[in-house]
Write a protein that binds this ligand. Structure first.
Ligand code: ASP
Ligand code: MG
Length: 420
């Protein structure tokens, strides 16, 4: 069997869903499990809805109406008005409608997962209904009964034992009869609450299913031709990799290449399952395959992470920053689930750079300010270059304000002020 993952861009409108069905049709005879993301930019819209609801602002209803209208447009283009999918989608939305009429629950991360997960629940229903309508027999699967997580909302930790058991128990027999379509990015707790696995988590979902079912391969269908040595939307004169090793792909994902979710590779690497990244607009192209342990990379790889914040902490009584301070700082970062993208320390201060996430950042500031002086710079971009050459670094930072720079043998990182 194979696993296909279709991201937001590949299901962003009616034409995209028709294209998806044409791709799947080429695999009529194969056992296929299809993981889908929320349509287009719907996860961002649902995040906005969550924030508006938590802050009880007036925009709640407008944002919600916008989300419904977006899906309605797609439904109207794909189905006859009497098709049951209209009610199915409506019923899914009613669940958040009820929620947002109530006072917000006190855990914002819990609220986030209950609301944001709707994007995948709806898109997977629409895709299943459309495949069936075009003669590709498909079953909608509620992933929350299979991918079991703890209750770390917004970053559910997968219970591999339980997940693997339930996947192995029933999915193979479903796949013998029809295509299986399910949601990326979400999971369920033992109390039947919905969790999410972290932004861009649908790739990870595909890897979980593939590893539990010992799939022949995973294919991630994208709006780019494969994996490049730099973001095609940002740089020119770039090259596409035909093949990348698992370790190189892990490093790229770790430094923020948005092509693959960082947790995706490990389960595939352990099972030796190839990961294809292919363009959904020209599905016959080879794309990139991620496979193997060692494959030298002969070109520099550039990864830009935007929306970074540089934080500098120092002790309030001007004492040295010691290992005890560092462990205290790290403990706070871990508790708040921050991932440090770059760090540097001097005698009197410790600087680090993390993704700027409003809400979470204020919590971090509040905690660190209890024991430290706290300074920060938002609006910064982190450029990481693997297999770098100094001349390229100079070119990338020319005319920019460099806030921090760090070079190791293989990897260079430069934190610059973002241009507005
Ligand atoms: N829809 C989710 C997101 O945009 C998950 C995914 O697409 O992988 O983050
Ligand atoms: Mg994605």
């Amino acid at each position: 069997m194979q696993v296909f993952k279709f991201g937001g861009a590949s299901v962003k409108d009616a034409a995209a869903i028709k294209n998806l069905a044409e791709i799947v049709r080429q695999y009529q005879e194969d056992e296929l499990l299809i993981v889908v993301s929320a349509m287009g930019k719907m996860t961002n819209a649902l995040e906005q809805l969550t924030t508006a609801y938590i802050n009880q602002t007036a925009e709640v209803q407008t944002i919600f109406a916008g989300i419904r209208a977006y899906h309605d447009q797609i439904l109207t283009e794909l189905f006859d008005p009497s098709h049951p999918i209209f009610d199915e989608v409506e019923n899914t939305f009613v669940e958040i409608e009820w929620m947002i009429e109530e006072e917000p629950h006190d855990d914002p991360n819990f609220i986030y997962d209950q609301i944001v997960s709707i994007g995948e629940l709806v898109s997977s229903r629409i895709v299943t209904a459309y495949l069936n309508q075009t003669g590709i027999k498909s079953k909608w699967l509620d992933v929350r009964g299979y991918i079991q997580t703890d209750n770390t909302y917004r970053e559910g930790l997968v219970d591999w034992q339980k997940t693997s058991e339930s996947i192995k128990e029933s999915i193979p027999s479903f796949l013998q009869k029809e295509k299986v379509v399910t949601q990326g990015f979400i999971g369920g707790t033992s109390e039947n609450f919905t969790t999410t696995l972290g932004r861009e988590g649908s790739d990870y979902t595909a890897a979980i299913f593939a590893s539990c079912l010992n799939a022949a391969s995973v294919t991630i269908w994208k709006d780019v031709a494969g994996v490049f040595n730099a973001d095609p939307k940002r740089f020119q004169n770039i090259i596409k990799f035909d093949q990348l090793s698992y370790p190189e792909a892990v490093e790229m994902a770790y430094y923020g290449a948005s092509i693959i979710h960082p947790k995706t590779i490990q389960p595939l690497q352990n099972a030796g399952i190839p990961l294809f990244v292919k363009p959904f607009l020209t599905p016959q192209d080879n794309g990139t395959v991620i496979l193997g342990e060692e494959l030298p990379v002969k070109v520099p790889v550039i990864i830009v992470k935007t929306n970074q914040v540089l934080v500098s902490v120092s002790s309030k009584n001007h004492s040295f920053i010691t290992e005890n301070h560092l462990s205290e700082i790290y403990k706070i970062l871990a508790e708040l689930h921050f991932k440090v993208n770059l760090m540097q320390n001097s005698a009197l201060s410790f600087s680090f750079c993390v993704d700027f996430e409003s809400g979470k950042f204020e919590q971090l500031m509040q905690k660190l300010k209890q024991d430290f002086n706290f300074k920060y710079n938002t609006g910064t971009d982190l450029i990481t270059v693997r297999h770098y050459e100094i001349s390229l670094l100079r070119e990338l930072s020319a005319g920019k304000t460099i806030l921090l720079e760090q070079l190791s043998r293989n990897t260079a990182q430069i934190l610059i002020k973002a241009e507005n």
